[in-house]
Design a protein around this ligand. Structure first.
Ligand SMILES: [Zn+2]
Length: 273
């Protein structure tokens, strides 16, 4: 959830605000308040942010319930960003090679790190954020077939009503050797939960915990991706990182999917396994 969205929730539910009306507010993209908190955080401690290298006795709370030790006090990373970065650094060559990358709804903690490594081959895309390189919808990407080595999309697909169309577009713009790293709310305990009757922000907030989430993904997710032309592998933080490293980086339980265009899947290496 974007910083600043939580204080808009009453208005979103009362006035039935649509997503564009909310996400076009530039105030959502302002530098969040965590920068002002630096002086309050002890200089060192057992926690480590793998993005910015910050060590701290504690991180800042975040989210509707004030999740403890969630946000890095320096770069603003959350648990899912620290998991994604750990995966990219330790299980892929993304931080070692120059790649053509599409990053959807780029997070302020990740964007500068990736742009510094990949320069003009790194492209950000967002439907609403005017600071993104390209403003476009994930279901209709303005790029040729086979263009990107990597598509990074974290907590975007659950906002897309027709996510199958978005997955097909991701498969289309990937090179045969390319891959996508996809994160979204995922519950390994059952199938995907979605319901067309949840057709207002208030109903979706009640059903899915967010006014603009259309589903919570579940165990059928690889099948959903296969139908869109992607062969996907689930990577769980609990399998990838020891309990000690999960505690130190405050990653907890997180999941991502590593997906490849189907035609290329037969050539897949052991990456991400
Ligand atoms: Zn950090």
């Amino acid at each position: 959830m974007l910083h600043g969205l939580s204080r808009l929730l009453p208005a979103i539910a009362d006035q039935n605000l649509d997503e564009a009306a909310v996400y076009r507010r530039e105030s959502l993209y302002e530098r969040p308040r965590y920068e002002g908190a630096r002086g309050l955080i002890p200089a060192a401690g057992p926690l480590l942010c793998p993005l910015c290298g910050r060590e701290a006795a504690r991180f800042l709370p975040f989210g509707l319930g004030g999740r403890r030790n969630a946000r890095c006090p320096d770069c603003g990373s959350l648990e899912r960003h620290r998991f994604l970065w750990s995966f990219l650094a330790e299980r892929t060559d993304v931080l070692r090679r120059s790649l053509r990358i599409l990053h959807t709804a780029p997070e302020p903690c990740l964007e500068p790190l990736l742009r510094a490594r990949h320069g003009r081959r790194y492209v950000t895309l967002d439907r609403f954020n005017p600071a993104a390189d390209v403003q476009a919808d994930l279901t209709d990407l303005p790029f040729p077939d086979g263009h990107f080595d990597l598509v990074l999309s974290s907590h975007v697909l659950e906002h897309v009503p027709d996510d199958r169309a978005a997955l097909r577009e991701i498969a289309r713009v990937l090179k045969p050797s390319g891959r996508a790293v996809l994160l979204f709310p995922y519950d390994p305990k059952g199938p995907t939960r979605e319901d067309p009757a949840m057709d207002t922000p208030a109903k979706r907030l009640a059903a899915f915990g967010h006014p603009y989430h259309y589903r919570i993904y579940g165990t059928d997710t690889p099948q959903r991706m296969a139908e869109a032309g992607l062969d996907a592998t689930l990577v769980a933080s609990t399998a990838m990182l020891s309990a000690h490293r999960r505690r130190r980086r405050r990653i907890n339980r997180n999941h991502l999917f590593l997906a490849r265009p189907r035609a290329a899947a037969g050539r897949a290496s052991g990456e991400g396994s």
